[in-house]
Design a protein around this ligand. Structure first.
Ligand SMILES: C[S@@+](CC[C@H](N)C(=O)[O-])C[C@H]1O[C@@H](n2cnc3c(N)ncnc32)[C@H](O)[C@@H]1O
Length: 217
């Protein structure tokens, strides 16, 4: 998608993807990212790509993690910090802005410009509605970039599967085969759940939630 598509969504507050209660599947499966045995570092530093203003960031912080986000829209990030009740420090570099407060850093700008040294070490990646936000060619670029900048950190992915003929994305349908094609070269992939999305997608299309745990090979 063009950047203008997302900027316009945030300007018009057309953010149907935003969950006011946070994501129950994160709470259910967070141990994959937070337990010592499965994550690759004692310090839990979770990267949330294409983070929007997700409430899941507040939840991860409440679990004692550090969180790093990447998001195109500054509107989203201003709202994120307001809703967290946190006054951010904002720094501007040639690459864009970074909003920080205590254990939270959010890079505002195009994720594809973010390098592994910008990001620092991360112990895990939480991808909810990020992979599915991107059309197919960009999804391949995103997956390769994510592997590179996180040095193959474990990933918890929450995606949707539905009949793509019934609705144009985003969100796009990302099924097990697609996750396999994108990530099986570098990761062991385990499907943790397939469950029906209550009420369907946008109230229009039957869809399943899929949850995957990815561990580096
Ligand atoms: C479907 S929303 C999901 C937001 C969040 N993960 C959630 O669960 O609420 C996708 C987000 O990705 C952001 N985005 C899209 N392309 C991006 C890019 N190239 N770099 C950084 N953020 C991007 C959009 O602005 C939007 O907020």
């Amino acid at each position: 998608m063009e950047h203008s598509f997302w900027h316009s969504k945030w300007q018009k507050n057309e953010i149907g993807f935003h969950e006011t209660e946070g994501n129950a599947l994160l709470v259910k499966y967070a141990s994959f990212l937070l337990d010592d045995e499965s994550a690759n570092s004692a310090l839990k530093r979770i990267f949330v790509p294409l983070c929007g203003k997700t409430r899941d960031i507040g939840w991860l912080l409440s679990q004692g993690c550090e969180v790093v986000g990447a998001e195109l829209s500054e509107v989203a990030i201003i709202q994120l910090f307001e809703e967290l009740g946190a006054e951010p420090n904002v720094t501007t570099t040639a690459k864009g802005k970074a909003y920080t407060k205590d254990g939270l850093t959010v890079f505002v700008g195009d994720i594809f410009k973010l390098t592994s040294s910008d990001l620092g070490n991360v112990s895990g990646v939480y991808d909810r509605a990020a992979l599915v936000a991107l059309p197919s060619p960009l999804r391949e670029q995103y997956a390769a970039h994510l592997i590179a900048i996180t040095q193959c950190a474990p990933q918890l992915i929450i995606s949707f599967e539905y009949d793509q003929n019934e609705m144009a994305g985003p969100p796009f349908s990302v099924n097990e085969k697609t996750v396999d094609l994108l990530y099986s070269g570098d990761y062991h992939i385990k499907r943790l759940e397939r469950s029906m999305l209550k009420g369907g997608l946008k109230g229009k299309v039957d869809a399943d939630n899929l949850v995957f745990a990815l561990t580096a090979k």
